[in-house]
Each structure stands twice: as C-alpha cells, then as structure tokens.
Design a protein around this ligand. Structure first.
Ligand code: BGC
Ligand code: BGC
Length: 597
C-alpha cells in the first residue's frame, strides 16, 4: 500500500469513528431525556396538531405537544414570510416553557416550493419535474425550497411524494413524478438530498418526509372515496406491490430520509395505518428505517373500530407520531384515550419508548435543540430572483412538445400578430394548481408570479401586437396561443371518471380555428387529458402541467429561447379504457415521447 492510500484509510477510519462517537453522544442525550419524561410528555411528543385547531397557544405547553403542522392553507392571519417566521417562533417559545424544554417540530406541505406562503417561489408540481427527468434539477429545486421553508422557521416538509400513480383519474396524479417506479426512485432520492442536504444539522436544510407509504398510486378505480380512486384499495400480489410501489422507499431510506408518512389507502383490504406487517416488519425491520413514521391527517380515524381502538391499532402497528389534525377528533380527547390505552396495557411502554426515541433522535440530529428558532436572516431568499430563475428553468425543462405541424413553433419575436386566449392564459392560480396558498388551490392572482400572457408580452419585440381574448371571439392575427385545461384541485376533489377537456375550452379553440388562425394549444393540467378526437385539428400542442409562478419559462419555449427537452413521464391514453396503465402500448403517446425544435 502506498503512503497516500494509507493516510487516506487512516483519515476515513478516524472520520467514521468520530461520526459514530458523535452518534453515541446523541443516543446518550436521548436516553437521559427519556428517563426524565413522564407518560404525558412521551405521548405529547407523539402528537401533531394543526395550528388552526389549537384552542389556545398555551395548549402547546399544557399538553406538551411535540409537533404542529400547517395543513393546506393553514396560514397566519397576515400571510407574509415574516409573519410565518414570527408565528413559528411564538409556538416554539411556548414549547420551550415545558419542564424539559423539548423543542417542537413544525411540518408543512412544501410540495412545490413553500407553496402556502404568499410571495414564495412556486415550482412546477412533481409531474412536471418528472418530465424533466433531471435529478440534478430536482435536487436544486428541493434545496431552494428547503431554504425558503427554513427561513420561516419551519423544520419539516411533507415531501417528496414518491407515489407511483397508475391511474390518472386519481386527483393526486400530479403529486407524483411518474408512473415508472424507476424514475420515481431516481427523482425522489434527489429530492430527499436536496431538502435535507448532506448534513442534516444545517440551518439552510429541512427534514424530508417520503409519502405516502405505500401504494397510494395503485388503488383500484371504484374502491376509493365516492367510488373513485383516492384512499382506495390496492389489489396486487405482494411481488408486484413491492416491485412497483415499494421500490423508491428502499432508496430514500438509504439516502437518509428522516421521516415517512403512512398512506390512507389499503393493501388487499387492510388499512396501511393498521398494518404492523407493512409499518414495522417491512419498513423498520426489513428496510431498516431508523427515522419515524407519521400518520396522515386524521387517517387513523379510518381504521375500523372506535377512536380508542384506532389509536391502539395504529401505535402498535408502528405509527410513531399521529397527525391528529384536531378538527374531527380534538386533541385533548386523543391524548386522554391514548393515555388510558397505555395505562390499561393495550399499548406496551416499549412501543412508546421506541417511538419517542425515534422522534427525539430526528430532532437531535437536525439540530433543533441547538437552533430552535427561525433564522430570519434567511428571509431574503423567499421568492428571491435567484430562486425564480431556477423555477423558470424548471418550467422550460418540464414542457413536453407533443405536436408541431409545419414547424409552427418556435414563434418569431418580431412582426407577428398574436392572439393569446383561453381561461389559463392570464391566470396564475390555474398555473399553480392545488396545494397552492390554499389546500385545493384557487383561480386568479393568489400570489406574485408571471402569467403566460405577461410572459408572452415581455418576450415579443412589440407588445402592442399581442392581443388578449379570453374566449377567442375577437381573435385576429397570424397565430393564436390558447391556454386551456384543468382548474385547480387537490386530493379527493380531483378524482374524475372522465378526462376530456371542458366544452368551453374546446369552444375557444374552435372559435379561433373557424377564423382560419393557426392554433397552438398550451395545456395546463395535472395529468394527460383525453384529446384523441381534437388533436388532429390543432396545429401545435405543448403540455405545460402545473408550472407554478414562473410563466416566463413557457414563453422561453414558445419563442425558441429554449428548445424543448421534456419527455412524458406518463403515457398519454387514447381512451379511458387504457386506464389504469398496464404494459400495453398503443397509447396516443408513449412514456418518453417529446419533440424538439
Ligand atoms: C394529505 C397529505 C398531507 C397532509 C397534511 C393529507 O390529507 O394526504 O399529503 O401531507 O394532509 O396536509
Ligand atoms: C387540510 C389538508 C388536509 C385535508 C384532509 C384540509 O382541511 O388543509 O391539509 O389534507 O383537510 O381532509
């Protein structure tokens, strides 16, 4: 062995030694803490409440709550980045009043940027990132998101969603990168790295949460809420289940994901939240997951039986922290029943200690005990030019060009008279989709950003040549850009049994075509839509997914500043009977399809 490699090996050895040393100091810290904790304190650590349901801020210390969340749209009265940071600090101050001063861990759905915060950068939803196929980009986007989240004090995002949606009638399809488990694995792992960064204890990083474990995208149509898809049953052999839905979990665990969220769905008739096999035997023992498992929003309530038995089943199955939310079943009731169950011996103390140890270790590894408050000097990064530039780049790379007759695209910037039409043309909220400022999202100007119309005007040489006509009735000129598609939705409300475009969208297109103006359709949607009958009449089609605040990325592609590189990460069905996806081909477009200039 030469000298250099000897030194190298010695250094590596020393490094790994000091790491394990450091870890054993942390373990000791947790053991000491655990020894001092009462049952109430332990149960409190295992409880997460949505801030909007707190009866009073003093309940944080009274009940020794270990965690709070903001569900979709659960924002401070004045929704600005600084008021989020102040709100966080006030809650944290309250938690630190408890005898053991254990800081609380605050979670939020930052699923495409810090999307509940007015003024934050909002990136494309995962379906768009899936079309980029670019793990470096996904890592950078997640890193930027982490920085914006950390600036408001918040510790933890309920992301990445590493679902593998197989049926695009599901309203959460866009939360997934792809129907291909391999692409989901690659991009999901990149996202975890971006959120948590190399070193977990880092003021600019946050904790990630891979969700929803497991099979959320594989439920059978008809078995979900309202006879649709969401929260339904996955009917698969265990071999197929592991192959498709478990694959990404192995890799995100290897990448060090701190937490994992259980899923509302069932697997062959059994609720995941009550499955000891899936939560403990498989996830913690077989896959060696050392972080903690959080339940989904009031999801334990859906386990058969009364609320107390739900608590017993879920905790014994391996749920470590319960997202009580507090709306349906108020948290004082949860805490009371939980304590009763432990005292009656229905939940062993060893299970409680294991759960609390896992939670405290995540808090310790993240540095929460040393840095419990928001670092407000980071607030300059929220919605910064740099992050918006990154989001614009993500938008450009997410667009998939599906049709381009006679090289209609790219458009010239000078000399063309352009009509911009359609309900999505000047509608930021529609670009954002669900999980944007509110839970389900809203149409209209909900946060600062650039609409497609604004972007087109900013790109052409003479903006006077750009005309805006929502319904196309007074369209004139050389070419029309028509922006149509889906209005915002999120879980449950986005399930559909039919995926055609609205008649009003089709009318805008045909009104303009009737005038002999060539039409470029820009489709804003959370999934492929049924366009088989209409596509032959369109001159060009650009799938834009749910691009977020930076509409300029769309103009970059329309006017050729960027030649499209996006590729479908889901097949595009010809008809509804091609759903759910199987190995069959003969779709309108196959996965991987996308044109260039
Ligand atoms: C969703 C989760 C989300 C949680 C908190 C649930 O209804 O399924 O994805 O993280 O709410 O908002
Ligand atoms: C919350 C969401 C949550 C949902 C579940 C909503 O009120 O904002 O975060 O997922 O309820 O029902």
């Amino acid at each position: 062995m030469d000298k250099i490699s000897k030194i190298l090996i010695a250094t590596l050895f020393a490094l790994s030694f000091s790491f394990s040393d450091d870890q054993s100091i942390k373990d000791q810290f947790i053991s000491d803490l655990l020894e001092k904790m009462t049952l109430e304190e332990k149960i409190g650590q295992m409880t997460q409440v949505d801030r909007q349901f707190l009866n009073d801020i003093s309940d944080i210390s009274k009940y020794k709550l270990g965690s709070l969340l903001s569900g979709g749209g659960s924002a401070p009265d004045v929704n600005t980045p600084v008021s989020w940071a102040e709100m966080y600090d006030a809650y944290q101050q309250e938690a630190l009043k408890t005898p053991l001063a254990i800081p609380l861990m605050y979670g939020i759905d930052a699923v495409h940027g810090h999307n509940n915060v007015v003024g934050a950068t909002i990136f494309p939803h995962n379906i768009g990132l899936g079309a980029t196929g670019d793990p470096q980009l996904v890592e950078a986007v997640s890193k930027a998101t982490a920085l914006e989240v950390a600036a408001t004090g918040i510790d933890w995002t309920f992301a990445p969603c590493i679902t593998v949606p197989r049926d695009i009638r599901w309203g959460r399809t866009y939360e997934g990168f792809s129907s291909d488990p391999e692409l989901v694995t690659i991009l999901g792992t990149a996202a975890v790295k971006g959120f948590q960064s190399v070193k977990l204890d880092n003021p600019e990083g946050i904790l990630a949460c891979a969700k929803h474990y497991v099979g959320d995208g594989g439920t059978e149509f008809g078995t979900g809420i309202d006879g649709l898809v969401d929260r339904g049953d996955v009917k698969l052999s265990e071999v197929e289940f592991r192959e498709i839905h478990l694959r990404a979990y192995k890799k995100v665990i290897e990448a060090g994901v701190a937490t994992i969220m259980a899923s509302y769905n069932s697997f062959n008739g059994e609720k995941i939240h009550g499955s000891k096999y899936l939560l403990t035997d498989l996830l913690k023992n077989e896959l060696n997951f050392k972080g903690f498992v959080i339940s989904d929003w009031a999801a334990i309530d859906e386990i058969p039986g009364d609320y107390k038995s739900d608590i017993i089943t879920a905790i014994n199955a391996g749920i470590d922290m319960v997202m009580v939310s507090g709306g349906n079943e108020p948290y004082p009731k949860f805490l009371k029943l939980f304590k009763e169950a432990v005292n009656e011996g229905a939940i062993p103390m060893s299970r409680i200690d294991d759960a609390v140890r896992r939670i405290l270790l995540v808090k310790k590894n993240y540095g929460l005990f040393d840095r419990p408050f928001a670092d407000k000097s980071l607030l300059v990064h929220v919605g910064s030019d740099e992050h918006r530039e990154l989001a614009r780049d993500a938008v450009r790379k997410s667009l998939v060009l599906l049709k381009n007759t006679n090289q209609l695209l790219p458009l010239k910037k000078a000399g063309l008279k352009i009509t911009v039409a359609g309900k999505g043309a000047d509608n930021l909220g529609m670009q954002l989709g669900g999980w944007s400022i509110s839970w389900q999202g809203d149409m209209g100007y909900t946060t600062p950003g650039t609409t497609i119309l604004e972007a087109v005007k900013a790109t052409v040489t003479d903006s006077n040549l750009v005309q805006y006509s929502v319904n196309g009735s007074d369209a004139t000129g050389d070419v029309a850009i028509v922006v149509v598609g889906e209005e915002p939705y999120a879980e449950m409300k986005g399930d559909r049994d039919e995926l055609s475009l609205n008649q009003s969208d089709l009318d805008v297109i045909s009104t303009i075509q009737a005038k002999g103006i060539p039409v470029i359709v820009v489709l804003i949607s959370g999934r492929p839509m049924l366009i088989t009958d209409q596509l032959p009449q369109w001159d060009a089609l650009l799938a834009a997914w749910l691009p977020g605040t930076e509409g300029q990325g769309i103009a970059d592609v329309l006017f050729g500043d960027y030649s499209p590189t996006g590729k479908l990460s889901f097949a595009w069905p010809r008809s509804m009977d091609q759903l759910p996806f199987t190995d069959e081909n003969d779709h309108l477009f196959e996965i991987g399809y996308g044109l260039h200039y």
